[in-house]
Design a protein around this ligand. Structure first.
Ligand code: ATR
Length: 277
């Protein structure tokens, strides 16, 4: 409790205020765990962000999620852990010994979703990651933390893949988009971090039939939930991990840091959020 007798509350800070499933997720856990607490959305323009988070505790918040366009500022204004530093962006803030700390929960969200959806995926020696933006950094860092031997990084703009590979070292190799075909037969894990396949955008033009039969295919896109990529992979008998699973698993750590209990990603929660997509 940070403010009088108010129950602890966290918020999602973004600009402009966009529709988010986070309140639904955190309210579900508060309710099912019987914790008196809150989670609200705060629309904060970029030039007010610094002031807002310096007064976060005074405003009665025990922590926050941070979304566009504030994730880089959040990193600079807090004490980031290794994950937030590696990704170059923070999406979760909390207080430890009075200090504002930050992390990037996409890393564990991605990995824990794979563990839950496709156990055994980590025998992968060669992983193929498509895309080289912010989401890709979290995925690549998670795969490296997990010790995956070779990460092939393909991106429309090859220079961006090259820059990311330079940051992460020899285990990450940039691949030109039109050379993808050479990697597919070796990739026992393929991850889409691009926006392709999202509602309103064209699908990824990749023949999943060229992946090995034991391959796992993960997509970070979750609208639609069943992306053309995941549908094609399943039709081929491949195992899949979807973007909604990652969204739910990335929310776990924030809740634990703010409210002191580690919540479960249940089938009931999944169904609840799925109905809101
Ligand atoms: P995020 O933070 O979600 O990763 P981002 O940093 O904007 O978002 O990155 C978007 C990714 O999707 C990039 O890898 C982008 O490729 P470029 O670096 O070449 O821009 C990829 N992407 C977006 N639209 C694409 C398209 N039409 N074809 C191929 N890749 C696309």
């Amino acid at each position: 409790m940070t403010n009088g007798n108010q129950p602890p509350a966290a918020c999602l800070i973004g600009w402009p205020a966009a529709h988010s499933r986070s309140p639904l997720i955190h309210h579900y856990w508060l309710r099912t765990l019987g914790i008196a607490g809150g989670y609200v959305i705060e629309a904060v323009p970029p030039d007010e962000f610094k002031d807002f988070i310096f007064r976060l505790s005074l405003r009665g918040f025990v922590g926050a999620n941070v979304t566009l366009p504030h994730k880089e500022q959040a990193l600079a204004l807090s004490k980031p852990d290794a994950r937030a530093r590696a990704v170059g962006a923070a999406n979760t803030l909390w207080f430890a010994d009075g200090e504002l700390c930050s992390t990037n929960t996409d890393v564990e969200g991605f990995i824990n979703n794979l563990d839950a959806s496709t156990p055994g995926w980590d025998i992968a020696e060669d992983a193929l990651v498509l895309g080289a933006g912010g989401a890709s950094r979290a995925v690549v860092f998670g795969l490296r933390e997990r010790g995956i031997k070779r990460i092939h990084l393909a991106n429309r703009t090859l220079a961006r893949a090259g820059a990311l590979a330079d940051q992460f070292g020899a285990s990450v190799v940039p691949v030109a988009w039109d050379a993808l075909g050479d990697i597919l037969p070796r990739a026992s894990l393929m991850v889409n971090t691009t926006s392709l396949g999202m509602k309103g955008l064209p699908p990824l033009d990749i023949d999943v039939g060229r992946l090995p039969p034991h391959a796992v295919v993960a997509d970070l896109v979750y609208v639609p939930l069943d992306t053309p990529l995941l549908a094609a992979a399943r039709a081929r008998g491949l195992k899949t991990a979807d973007g909604l699973g990652m969204l739910l698993h990335q929310a776990v750590r924030g809740f634990e840091l703010w409210f002191g209990q580690r919540p479960e990603v249940t089938a009931e929660l999944r169904a609840l959020v799925e109905a809101d997509l």
